[in-house]
Write a protein that binds this ligand. Structure first.
Ligand SMILES: Nc1ncnc2c1ncn2[C@@H]1O[C@H](COP(=O)(O)OP(=O)(O)OP(=O)(O)O)[C@@H](O)[C@H]1O
Ligand SMILES: [Mg+2]
Length: 242
């Protein structure tokens, strides 16, 4: 299987603080990779470097074999979608309007074409009947799902998720994870930062434990949970999985 994303000895510091210290790993197309690690270990920074919301200091990141630093940033961001913890929807636009905006402005679609694509993607996240609702009328889980639909509508090759459920009430987490699970089953390539260990165990192909900006251990989730090589992995996953 061809590699879609590769981190090659990536370094990043903020001032004196070294946040990523030589991160290297790759993901194949259709892979789902979950990254876990303590607060401040560099997980968000790692994701942000992929679509160049953060620029790295050293090393390189390749998307389908090409350095992201050689790409036009807008072109890169059309290929790599991102869903954050609390997605920002435009309050004065409906769910449908939030999804069509990028299709109109970035993809240059006609109004009717954008509407069709947006409706299909809202349906994909289970929100076909909320297309005309405004963000204030949606639950946190529904808002996150609109954010996913918005990212999906751009037909990204890779989706980055940074703790997409961590701001949600417990009863709403499952609906968002369910959508992500469906996307994984449909073959979407996903790099996901989450503390949801049930999702990691059942959906991830690979689990990466990041600590102090370094990959401590990486492998199939069941191996990291059952037979980790590193004591530190055992301690960390044991705590999350309790
Ligand atoms: N733009 C920035 N400017 C300065 N320091 C930053 C910046 N972004 C991140 N950092 C620092 O880099 C370190 C890693 O941050 P990062 O957000 O990547 O961690 P994280 O693993 O995502 O943590 P959390 O689990 O709390 O989200 C932290 O010490 C953070 O304060
Ligand atoms: Mg973070």
């Amino acid at each position: 299987m061809s590699e879609l994303l590769r981190f090659d000895d990536v370094y990043k510091s903020f001032g004196d603080e070294r946040v990523l210290e030589g991160v290297s790993f790759g993901m194949g197309r259709t892979d789902v990779e979950v990254v876990v690690g303590p607060s401040g270990s560099g997980k968000s920074t790692l994701l942000r470097c992929v679509n160049r919301l953060t620029e790295i200091d050293d090393g390189d990141i390749y998307l389908d074999g090409d350095s992201v630093h050689a790409m036009d940033v807008d072109a890169l961001r059309r290929r790599v979608g991102m869903v954050f913890q609390g997605v920002n929807l435009f309050a004065h636009r409906t769910a449908l309007g939030n999804v069509t905006l990028g299709l109109r402005q970035v993809r240059g679609m006609s109004k009717s074409e954008a509407r069709e694509v947006a409706e299909a993607n809202l349906e994909r996240v289970g929100l076909a009947d909320q297309a005309d609702s405004y963000p204030a009328e949606l639950s946190g889980g529904q808002k996150q799902r609109v954010g996913i639909a918005r990212a999906l509508a751009m037909e990204p090759e890779l989706l980055l998720f940074d703790e997409p459920t961590s701001a949600l009430d417990p009863e709403l987490i499952g609906e968002v994870l369910g959508v992500m699970q469906d996307l994984a089953a449909d073959g979407m390539t996903m790099l996901v930062v989450t503390h949801e260990m049930g999702f990691a165990r059942s959906v991830a192909d690979t689990l990466t434990f990041l600590d102090d900006g370094r990959v401590v251990e990486r492998g199939p989730p069941e191996r990291l949970f059952e037979r980790p090589d590193e004591e530190r992995t055992d301690q960390f996953l044991g705590r999350l999985d309790a």
